[in-house]
Design a protein around this ligand. Structure first.
Ligand code: NAP
Length: 234
């Protein structure tokens, strides 16, 4: 119970990696709220809100609601994200803008609101190994994730020592985002072309997220950690 009593907010916490992080933070003693884009009644998590992270108004309202119900979040996980797979020449401006709006602008809006409100705490941004590697047919997504890594480093410098800011760049993780309907067979095969040659489990990302949110990570900021089966080695 290393996070006993801490208030945490996990965006995109209804499913997949975000859900596993929300459950792990809860198990560590945090009082956790999640947000996601659908009707909040569609998930069973105790404190769930509907908020589109790409909307400034909705993000501010989300923080108001979480603060009223649980208190000011001290641990904020920017996890909400969407994938878009298409050749560059077939990626429309609307496709590109939507991916950047949810993944990068959303991370900015949520982090900015966190920095305005929390006295001290942790911000954790979920990037992707593709933000470091790049990937054919995923230019918008990869660019959004590369942007999140740069955003993490900039915020870590600016908000130190009050707020520690780190990123996790997962490799292929077994969630709806990597289900056969959501990605092409070619992209899935590419995802598995790593030394460990398997999908990671959301809980394997959540374990690192819980550590980075906790007291033993007090000297860590501005870092980007891979939980990736070896897809990136630095
Ligand atoms: P997922 O299963 O598709 O879940 C995505 C989550 O984000 C859902 O809770 C969804 O809410 C929420 N969401 C989507 N758009 C949103 C918006 N505009 N506002 C608020 N919430 C929104 O995805 P996942 O695989 O767990 O991915 C989680 C994060 O990890 C993403 O940032 C993703 O890019 C990153 N990541 C994933 C992998 C992987 O292999 N799975 C690898 C590297 C990085 P609803 O339930 O309401 O739709």
């Amino acid at each position: 119970m290393t996070l006993r009593g801490k208030v945490a907010l996990v965006t995109g916490g209804s499913r997949g990696i975000g859900r596993a992080i929300a459950e792990a933070l809860t198990a560590a003693g945090s009082r956790v709220a999640i947000c996601h884009s659908d009707d909040p009644a569609s998930v069973t998590f105790p404190v769930a809100y509907s908020a589109d992270v790409s909307s400034e108004v909705e993000v501010i309202s989300l923080f108001d609601r979480v603060t009223e119900e649980l208190g000011t979040p001290e641990i904020v996980v920017n996890n909400a994200g969407i994938l878009h797979e298409a050749p560059l020449t077939e990626t429309t401006l609307a496709d590109f803008d939507r991916v950047i709006a949810v993944n990068l602008r959303g991370s900015f809006l949520v982090a900015r609101e966190s920095a305005r409100r929390m006295e001290s705490g942790r911000i954790l941004n979920i990037a992707s190994d593709l933000g470091l590697l790049g990937r054919e047919n995923m230019a918008a997504y990869s660019a959004s994730k590369g942007g999140i890594i740069a955003l993490t480093r900039s915020m870590a410098r600016e908000l130190a020592p009050r707020i520690l800011v780190n990123a996790i760049a997962p490799g292929p993780i077994d969630t709806d985002m990597t289900s056969p309907g959501a990605m092409s067979p070619e992209a899935l095969a590419k995802d598995l072309d790593t030394p460990l040659a398997r999908f990671g489990r959301p809980e394997e990302v959540a374990a690192l997220a819980t550590f980075l949110a906790g007291p033993q990570a007090g000297f860590i900021t501005g870092q980007c950690y891979g939980v990736n089966g070896g897809s990136v080695m630095t």
